[in-house]
Design a protein around this ligand. Structure first.
Ligand code: SF4
Ligand code: SF4
Length: 475
């Protein structure tokens, strides 16, 4: 894989015999040209879909509460009908495993699909670019505007753009915090200027991160900051679908009139218009081969297809294809047969298995949870009648939206009983600590530690949990 097109180091002469060589290339601002086509439509489809979900979800209600809320203060995560506790961390792990496997699978099949179509960096850059185009015009107008000295028109255009960018960025930050604080409350807190310092910090932090990343950093995030760009090549092979230039068909490139016969002129299909470079959000030339800066957005393929249409040539000089398909002239069906190779099928099988396991586990998840903690303040003791007593603290967590009633019993030693009230009620989505006194006859066991089990049953339901603990018999 080529490392892209880097300019030569700049040599700065600071004297007759002293030459200073800069190893850093000055950043060149990229002005992507607007483009339309199949891949652009897909990308905008993903922009709408992901942003509809992101901006819309916190406003959805589920009963009396926000449908999706990560309430860190009370340590509850609400996802529609699901009420998750920190003890449900395993599901977050499962979600991360599914995300990682999906990334492996999609990358093995079609390269940087995530980067080009659904990554927040791409999505927000696309939206910010759209605003920029609406305010400052397309590529050449923006370049002219930047090259002009400051004037009222330039101040108004630049000011309007930054105002719109900031408004969108702050709304994005507000929405982000709205996943952790009920968004309607957060809105009224902002209106009444009584928002907490943390909410204020995260709204502005996330907002300015969006403003900086999508407005200024853009392709530099993908090129220099994103770790995924660095290890993706390990998941590529010659049967991975990538945006690729058909050099055999395109070269030698050169300008010609529409009527001219390229073969007669000894030319390939590439007219050398450089539109594929002008639309590229990372500023690379796809004709130089696969480069790590390529995010697989397909913009160059779209624009090249419009050029091919104008010239009356077949589309697909730049297209999604595999290196093998291009070099061996495979048909589309042959290409797909090779794309669905064993590695892809293994990824898909593992992903399917993990997804099914996670779904089943979530569906069969008990409607409550219990943690048992031995009360360290009250060691085993002998109470009236020569009975041995141990005290435990049970945290009972109701993972549903209705009040639950439980019965606690204990077993593991002859005559072991719960001596305190064994009926517990916990309100909807709440958790409660309960002190439980457990007693056993003096001669039930030898001195030492003995394994016991708490059985917690949910009233009017087959659901019950068993939690292990130990019962101490003093000497
Ligand atoms: S857009 Fe197509 S025809 Fe124009 S330079 Fe790029 S590859 Fe060649
Ligand atoms: S080379 Fe093409 S696919 Fe790759 S980032 Fe540039 S425009 Fe997108």
């Amino acid at each position: 894989m080529s490392e892209g097109t880097q300019g030569p180091p700049e040599a700065l002469s600071s004297g007759a015999d002293e030459v200073m060589v800069s190893l850093y290339e000055a950043h060149k601002k990229i002005y992507p040209r607007s483009v339309s086509g199949v891949f652009t439509n897909w990308r905008w489809g993903f922009v709408f879909l992901t942003q509809l979900v992101f901006y819309g979800l916190p406003w959805l209600e589920w009963g009396q509460r926000q449908a999706v809320l990560f309430d860190l203060g009370s340590r509850r995560f609400y996802i529609f009908g699901l009420v998750l506790y920190p003890q449900d961390f395993i599901y977050l792990t499962g979600l991360l495993v599914i995300s990682a496997l999906s990334l492996f699978l999609f990358t093995a099949v079609a390269g940087r699909l995530w980067c080009g179509f659904a990554c927040p960096q791409t999505v927000y850059t696309e939206i910010f670019l759209w605003i920029e185009r609406k305010v400052e015009g397309d590529r050449s107008a923006r370049m002219r505007l930047d090259g002009r000295p400051w004037s009222i028109e330039k101040v108004v255009r630049k000011g309007s753009k930054h105002f719109l960018w900031l408004a969108l960025a702050l709304w994005t930050g507000f929405t982000f915090v709205g996943y952790f604080t009920p968004i309607k409350e957060l809105g009224s807190e902002f209106v009444q200027m009584r928002v907490s310092s943390w909410e204020m910090f995260w709204t502005f932090f996330y907002g300015f991160a969006t403003y900086g990343n999508a407005g200024f950093m853009r392709e530099q995030v993908c090129k220099h900051m994103c770790p995924y760009a660095r290890f993706q090549s390990a998941m590529f092979d010659k049967d991975t679908l990538i945006v690729t230039y058909d050099a055999e068909r395109g070269e030698p490139r050169g300008a010609r009139s529409r009527q001219a016969d390229p073969r007669g002129l000894g030319l390939g299909a590439c007219v050398g218009c450089s539109l594929c470079v002008q639309v590229c959000p990372t500023g690379i030339d796809i004709r130089n081969g696969l480069q790590y800066e390529c995010i697989g957005c397909g913009a160059c393929a779209d624009v090249c297809d419009t050029v091919m249409d104008k010239m009356g040539y077949a589309r697909g000089l730049v297209k999604y294809s595999t290196q093998n398909a291009i070099s061996q002239h495979w048909s589309r069906s042959e290409t797909w047969r090779h794309v669905l190779r064993p590695r892809v099928l293994v990824y898909a099988a593992i992903l399917g298995a993990v997804t099914i396991a996670m779904t089943v586990s979530l569906a069969l998840r008990p409607p409550f949870k219990v943690d048992v903690v031995r009360d360290r303040g009250a060691l085993a003791r002998i109470v009236a009648g020569g009975t041995i007593e141990n005290v435990y603290r049970l945290q009972v967590m109701n993972a549903t939206e209705s009040t639950q009633h439980y019965t606690i019993t204990v077993n593991g030693l002859p005559g072991l009983v719960v001596a305190s009230d064994n009926a517990v009620t916990v309100d909807a989505t709440q958790s409660r600590w309960v002190a439980v006194r457990v007693q056993a006859p003096y001669d039930a066991a030898l001195p030492g530690s003995h394994a016991i089990r708490f059985e917690i049953e949910l009233k009017d339901s087959p659901a019950h949990l068993t939690e292990k603990s130990v019962f101490l018999v003093p000497r």
